[in-house]
Design a protein around this ligand. Structure first.
Ligand SMILES: [Zn+2]
Length: 228
């Protein structure tokens, strides 16, 4: 108890202040991390534009191949029909039927891929608009967001180093109790007694407990400090 009156209480009280500062920084770090995700959105949109561009190129090539084959088929069909009319040729008639079938399939194919081109073109317009919107915002803000991320990381490194120093100043018992409490309450392992209650969980505390601080809150297991 006497030992705690001076150095140890002070160290725990400093840790209390420090934990709150650290919690604020961790919340800032989380917020900055959310903002950095916007960069990932932009990168995903760049990839989507590339993918749609490739898809469009493939579809156009397919249409061009099919149209070429269709033209050939039509020419062959026209010459066969002319020959068939002249010769009344059974074999020629079969080939004409096969070519007509092929022609119909090719026409379907051309139509199908033309429709695909329209779909992809529409998607490309939307992806382009999305990309423009996100990338211009990101271009404006990425510098300051990255700077903020770096700043928070530096602050956290300092705060964590100070925390280590403060932890080293505790007695072994207090350090173990603090680390155990921090397992359950990473941001607020220490609580003050406020009007007979634990600040952390608001449970009323037995008067005998309050006269013998620091102790652990029987409900939330935070380290209790007397309110000064
Ligand atoms: Zn409590």
């Amino acid at each position: 108890m006497l030992e705690h009156m001076n150095g140890q209480w002070e160290a725990l009280a400093q840790l209390y202040e420090h934990d709150h500062e650290r919690a604020t920084l961790l919340a800032e770090e989380q917020a900055v991390r959310e903002q950095l995700r916007e960069g990932e959105v932009v990168a995903a949109l760049v990839e989507r534009r590339r993918m749609l561009g490739r898809q469009l190129k493939d579809e156009r090539e397919r249409v061009s191949d099919l149209a070429w084959e269709l033209e050939e088929t039509e020419q062959r069909l026209a010459s066969l029909v002319a020959a068939e009319a002249a010769q009344d040729d059974i074999l020629g008639a079969r080939e004409v039927a096969a070519l007509r079938k092929r022609k119909a399939a090719l026409e379907d194919g051309v139509l199908h891929h033309m429709e695909q081109i329209e779909v992809v073109e529409q998607e490309q317009i939307e992806a382009e608009a999305d990309w423009l919107r996100h990338s211009s915002t990101w271009a404006e803000r990425s510098g300051s967001i990255r700077a903020a991320a770096e700043h928070v990381a530096q602050q956290l490194a300092i705060v964590n180093a100070v925390r280590d120093t403060l932890l080293a100043a505790l007695s072994q018992d207090d350090r173990e109790r603090y680390l155990a409490a921090a397992q359950r309450h990473p941001m607020t392992p220490i609580a003050y007694v406020e009007q007979g209650q634990c600040e952390g969980c608001r449970t009323p505390l037995a008067p005998t407990l309050i006269t013998d601080l620091p102790a652990l809150c029987p409900t939330c297991a935070r380290i209790l400090l007397p309110f000064v």
